[in-house]
Design a protein around this ligand. Structure first.
Ligand SMILES: NC(=O)c1ccc[n+]([C@@H]2O[C@H](COP(=O)([O-])OP(=O)(O)OC[C@H]3O[C@@H](n4cnc5c(N)ncnc54)[C@H](OP(=O)(O)O)[C@@H]3O)[C@@H](O)[C@H]2O)c1
Length: 259
């Protein structure tokens, strides 16, 4: 079995690579920081896993296609599992909207997923087998204050993959949406607020790998966070706004202090 993971140089992607390695997958690891990928690949080799690493910026479609083709050659065939995990989160306030940051968020979190999808899906359809997973977020279930572009990018991934799941079912190609809550990674270590139900990346990787093995449509965790956000989805807009005002104000106040 062969799997490809984007954003394998740190956090959830790195932990998932180790977990899938333990479960017998040959791996292709993609990210921009190739020295971190090489180190990961060496560690995986020592534990008997075949792994190849490629420097790849997922915002460039040709880089992604090229890395996929090279990895297929090196590992001896097309992928059974593709995990579009690479992502960025750049907090900001809507009153100080930064279009360059928003663009980067959409490029990595949305187009990055679609570029990997484009590179691996035709062969899965042809073989009538395989699974594509995209790492979205619980933040895609409602617009979260101070995370507008991030929430929007994750909602886009959820909708894109939900459509794809329906359309690919006749080809026996599975599609999984992964919605983590808070996971301790370099992405979240800059957060200054209390992160409810914070999970370790290794734990998250086991939950994701188990869900992928079971062919789940949506892997959402930790369970209490998932339950809370599913509930919040049904809260009327006016009530939701009132609940969230303090969170939006906090960031604006922090920015006032900085400027
Ligand atoms: N941590 C959480 O609480 C949490 C919650 C929900 C969802 N998620 C999602 O989980 C995924 C992984 O996040 P994480 O928490 O593990 O964060 P992380 O440790 O910061 O890892 C992000 C990964 O994405 C890669 N990446 C970023 N920009 C890239 C680009 N342009 N091209 C290729 N790779 C790129 C990074 O590699 P390079 O910098 O080496 O390129 C890195 O490997 C993301 O999609 C994130 O939105 C995380």
């Amino acid at each position: 079995m062969r799997a490809i993971i984007t954003g394998a140089s740190s956090g959830i992607g790195l932990a998932l690579a180790r977990e899938l390695g333990k479960r017998g997958y040959d791996l292709a690891l993609l990210a921009r920081r190739v020295e971190l990928l090489d180190e990961l690949a060496r560690g995986l080799h020592e534990r008997g896993t075949r792994a190849v690493a490629y420097a790849c910026d997922v915002t460039d479609a040709s880089f992604v296609t090229d890395a996929v083709r090279r990895a297929e050659k090196e590992l001896g065939g097309a992928f059974d599992l593709a995990v579009a995990n690479a992502g960025v989160s750049i907090p900001g306030h809507a009153s100080k909207f930064n279009i360059a940051e928003a663009e980067q968020t959409i490029r990595v979190n949305v187009l990055g997923v679609m570029y990997l999808y484009d590179a691996v899906i035709p062969s899965m359809i042809e073989r009538k087998s395989g699974r594509f997973a995209g790492v979205a977020s619980i933040a895609g279930l409602r617009g979260l204050p101070t995370a507008g572009p991030y929430s929007a990018s994750k909602a886009a991934v959820q909708a894109f993959l939900e459509s794809a799941r329906i359309e690919l079912a006749p080809y026996n190609v599975g599609v999984t949406i992964v919605n983590p809550g808070f996971v301790a990674t370099p992405m979240t270590e800059k957060n200054r607020f209390r992160m409810p139900f914070l999970m370790e990346a290794d734990e998250a990787a086991v939950v994701i790998a188990d869900g992928l093995e079971r062919g789940e449509r949506v892997i959402e965790f930790p369970k209490p966070m998932s339950f809370l956000m599913r509930l919040v989805r049904y809260v009327p807009d006016a009530v939701y706004e009132r609940m969230m005002v303090p969170y939006a104000r906090r960031r604006r106040d922090e920015e006032k202090v900085k400027s």
